[in-house]
Design a protein around this ligand. Structure first.
Ligand SMILES: Nc1ncnc2c1ncn2[C@@H]1O[C@H](COP(=O)(O)OP(=O)(O)OP(=O)(O)O)[C@@H](O)[C@H]1O
Length: 255
């Protein structure tokens, strides 16, 4: 099976000289649910943000279904990005808009600029957005403004917005880092179940090793911008986890 995404020898050096990624390579296949773990500052966010070019890596390549995201520009980049849904730690929802409007925004990447500008959503897009909101238990919040919601509810809106895009790949950057345990479980379940049902591949950055082991079909552990482990959750031994968090054991205890 051809990979959906290929990350090849990715390097990222920020303007201040910080080397966040030092030659990261891996392939992602359809339907994989991959947890990216590692201590604070390991490069997890930089990796996810590089994949959809929110940051531009210094070198290497990111190939989505045979097309390079590194060389894509303008409409080409927009088209490639429309296949990739993003979920952020701080939700990135628009507070003054309703829950439904926020989810409908997930369609923007696939709409013409004029239709998007005037919010000309089709009935099918509205039905799909409502269907997704019902699935995550937000059926009573559809018309509310997003700033009336709790953090966990906002993140469920963020999940629905990413799904409304009908993506083949979802990148979730620490989606549960700001949530309490109960909300975390609801959000993780909603990401996991929808990805599984729709065959969406997912790369999810997580601080909690136990959550990674519970959901992931594969774990990639990053340390100082390099891959320390890439394999099945059951093969990630306690020794490896201790090595991964060496010097930052407090993060492991806090998670
Ligand atoms: N905009 C930036 N400019 C300079 N350095 C940065 C920038 N963003 C991140 N870094 C640095 O790059 C390295 C990797 O950071 P990154 O946020 O990718 O790690 P992370 O594993 O996601 O960490 P965390 O779990 O704390 O979010 C760190 O040393 C960080 O300080």
């Amino acid at each position: 099976m051809k990979p959906l995404l290929q990350v090849q020898q990715l390097e990222m050096e920020y303007a201040d000289g910080t080397k966040a990624l030092r030659g990261i390579s891996f392939d992602v296949h359809k339907g994989e649910f991959i947890a990216v773990i590692g201590p604070s500052g390991a490069g997890k966010s930089t990796l996810l943000r590089s994949i959809n070019r929110l940051v531009t890596p210094t070198s290497g390549d990111i190939v989505y279904e045979g097309e390079s995201l590194m060389t894509a520009k303008g409409t080409g980049l927009r088209k490639l990005r429309s296949n990739i849904g993003m979920i952020f730690q701080h939700y990135n929802v628009v507070d003054r808009l309703s829950v439904l409007e926020n989810v409908l925004h997930g369609n923007l990447g696939r709409m013409s600029i004029m239709s998007g500008l005037f919010n000309r959503y089709s009935e099918a897009q509205k039905e799909m957005a409502i269907h997704l909101l019902k699935k995550v238990g937000l059926e009573n919040e559809i018309r509310k403004r997003v700033d009336e919601l709790s953090g966990g509810q906002r993140q469920r809106v963020g999940v629905c917005r990413a799904l409304a895009q009908n993506p083949a790949l979802i990148l979730a950057d620490e989606p549960i880092a700001s949530l309490d345990p109960k909300s975390s479980a609801i959000v993780m379940e909603s990401i996991y179940e929808n990805c599984l049902e729709q065959g969406i591949a997912c790369l999810v950055n997580l601080h909690q090793v136990d959550v990674a082991k519970k959901y992931a079909t594969r774990i990639i552990a990053i340390q100082k911008g390099q891959i320390l482990f890439d394999g099945k959750p059951e093969d990630l031994t306690d020794e490896l986890i201790v090595r991964l968090y060496e010097g930052k054991e407090d993060e492991l205890l806090a998670s």
